[in-house]
Write a protein that binds this ligand. Sequence first.
Ligand code: SF4
Ligand code: SF4
Length: 317
Amino acid sequence: MSEEQVQDQKNDFFKSTDKNPSHIQPEKLTLDSSLKFECHPGVPCFTACCHNIKIILTPYDILILRERLGIPAHEFITRYTEPTFLEKTDMPGVRIKLTEDKKACPFVTPEGCTVYNDRPTACRYYPVGMADFHEGGTDDAKEDKFFFLVKEPHCKGFEEPKQWTIREWRKDQGVDKRDELNKEWLRLVMRRKSFGYQATLSEAAKRMFFMASTDLDSFRRFIFESSFLDTYELDDETVAKIKEDDVELMLFSFSYLANTLFGAQGMTIKKEKIDAKVKEIKARQDESLKDAEREYLALKAERDRLRNEEEKKSTGE
Ligand code: SF4
Ligand code: SF4
């Protein structure tokens, strides 16, 4: 990516109600800013925010939730999610599928969240959103972050007396780890957003993005049961890591997508594969030349035959 600035307003990205998508307070906050808020089973609105809500799932959310539920990725995706587009782009993703009757998250009960320790990133952010401004697309790109409050009218957590700093709140919610693991995936979406629709992305590329983002089991098969390892240069240590560790495989999928979708550095095609491709193209070109030559000779022979016939007719032979 060139010099464009990418804005990543995470709270708005992950989670919004349909009626009012933001409720963002205008004040910029830092990690040391204070926050008066608490959410617990005693608040009168308990679980209100687990209804009528749009919760986008990141690849890490999916990985953790399906591990917790003990089901494969494709089953999780079918049972608990529905397709959506990410951040007003044509990048396909998934969000939690709400129940038909109550429009509730499938994991909520009157007692609270049944997957609380493994709840999605979106559920950890509220009510503190974060805006990231990454300048440029390189690893050492300048980053500037600030935080903001999202104050939904029905949320009584702001009436609770508990005081935190934003830093303490984020630590309590475990969002730092999520930010780190979601970072490169979010960058892919934001890159797509900043490029706009002028830059075309093939249907095959979108399918690959969706598969890698939602179904690591399929992505693993793609790596280990196709010609992938014969095509790309990967050292043994990386191969061993992505074979055994789902998180490593997920992070690897982000590098692969950045490379194939946006031409980012980091993945190298084997020299012999490039040489073989060049040879194949050259062979095709040689064959085309031969075809053209054959066609030319056939046309020439036909033209000569017609000319001979004409000559014979004109001389009365
Ligand atoms: S995952 Fe848990 S916290 Fe998040 S919306 Fe569902 S029930 Fe609520
Ligand atoms: S609306 Fe606010 S206080 Fe109520 S359950 Fe949701 S986050 Fe907690």
